[in-house]
Design a protein around this ligand. Structure first.
Ligand SMILES: NC(=O)c1ccc[n+]([C@@H]2O[C@H](COP(=O)([O-])OP(=O)(O)OC[C@H]3O[C@@H](n4cnc5c(N)ncnc54)[C@H](O)[C@@H]3O)[C@@H](O)[C@H]2O)c1
Length: 346
């Protein structure tokens, strides 16, 4: 088995960023052009409900940027998008746990079959130096005490997490079997600009900006680690050159807190009080706590630049300044989202 090595960053690489019209993928494209202005960047995105072309409007008309509307399960679209790529970063996925509980099959299709289609095409691209599969901390399942290491057992507990675990291990198998230069990242909960409003932080910030209540699942005692999106993107960009093929890297913000304490921080920053909280029925099988040990990534020189305080401040500032981005998104969100997922009375 030969494993292709990555050398130092060449002047202008060709990148395929799948899912680049979504939250993290678009933030990654912004970071990529800031770090490598001459990079040739292709985005392949199906434009599902969570995508937004406004996320990429800054790059429209640039000679070194191309947007391709397409599905990562479609081998022809993938072949066209990946032709000649030096680096592939796969952000494309179905990502909402609540939706996966209603419709697991859609998640299996994109998060496993789609990854397979990308990996098969990657085998046909001899110039490809790196394939990054963006996975998630949810593949580990929940943990009461301590933190997950990259070699911890995977025990996904909802269909989203199980499908992501499938894609994660399938990507590894293409390294082990075919020598594809694959790296897998498992990140904690991301927040920041341009996140679709079904995620907790953007939903709550925009509700509070509108003077509405925020729906908290159960008693809000679940614990999550929060990672500011640009810190995640910096880690992914660094790993393209400094990571080792076949390895998994945890990416966490080191900012663990219960959902209710996160809400209280937001209320304080936005000058609201506890009357803005509405407790709703908990999600079935809601994981109690996620926690990542990120020392492997830190040994490569990465540190998060944001703590929860600075990250929340800049997130609130972004949504306050970008009503033209989120108001149409909120107006178009399905009613079932509010009445179904976040609306069940306790
Ligand atoms: N958001 C988080 O907190 C978080 C944490 C850890 C890992 N991740 C992972 O990061 C990645 C990006 O997540 P996000 O929060 O930006 O999600 P998102 O829902 O905002 O974006 C996903 C993007 O993928 C596209 N897409 C979906 N199915 C597709 C398909 N079949 N073909 C092509 N494009 C498709 C969508 O149109 C969208 O633009 C996902 O792989 C997710 O599992 C997210």
């Amino acid at each position: 088995m030969t494993v292709r090595k990555t050398s130092g960053a060449p002047a202008a690489r060709t990148w395929l960023v799948t899912g680049g019209a979504g939250f993290i993928g678009s933030n990654f494209v912004h970071l990529l052009f800031a770090q490598e202005p001459n990079a040739r960047v292709r985005v392949l995105d199906k434009l599902t409900y969570s995508a937004n072309l406004k996320n990429l409007q800054l790059f429209r008309g640039r000679k070194n940027f191309q947007f391709i509307k397409g599905d990562i399960c479609d081998a022809r679209a993938v072949a066209r998008a990946m032709a000649g790529a030096d680096v592939v970063v796969n952000f494309a996925a179905e990502t909402a746990v609540d939706r996966s509980i209603d419709d697991p099959h859609t998640f299996l299709r994109t998060d496993v079959e789609g990854v397979h289609t990308l990996l098969q095409q990657a085998r046909k691209e001899p110039q490809l130096k790196r394939f990054i599969q963006i996975s998630t901390d949810e593949v580990y399942g929940q943990i009461k005490r301590g933190s997950f290491y990259e070699n911890s057992e995977l025990r996904p507990r909802n269909p989203y997490a199980a499908a992501k675990a499938g894609g994660d291990r399938l990507a590894y198998s293409f390294f082990a079997t075919y020598g594809l230069p694959v790296i897998i990242t498992r990140a904690s909960n991301n927040y920041g600009p341009r996140a679709y409003l079904e995620k907790m932080i953007p939903l709550f910030v925009t509700n509070l900006l509108d003077g509405q209540k925020v729906p908290v699942y159960g008693a809000g005692l679940q614990i999550r680690d929060w990672l500011y999106v640009s810190d995640h993107c910096r880690a992914v960009h660094m790993l393209v050159d400094r990571g080792v093929s076949g390895e998994v890297y945890n990416v966490g913000g080191g900012q663990e807190c219960t959902n209710i304490s996160l809400v209280r921080r937001m209320l304080k920053l936005m000058q609201r009080d506890e009357r803005s909280i509405k407790f709703v029925q908990d999600r079935p099988g809601h994981d109690f706590r996620y926690s990542l040990d990120c020392s492997k990534l830190q040994r490569l020189g990465w540190r998060p630049e944001h703590n929860l305080r600075s990250g929340l401040r800049s997130t609130i500032d972004w949504y306050s300044a970008n009503e033209d981005w989120w108001r149409p998104v909120k107006a178009n969100m399905e009613r079932r989202f509010f009445t179904g997922y976040w609306g069940r009375k306790r």
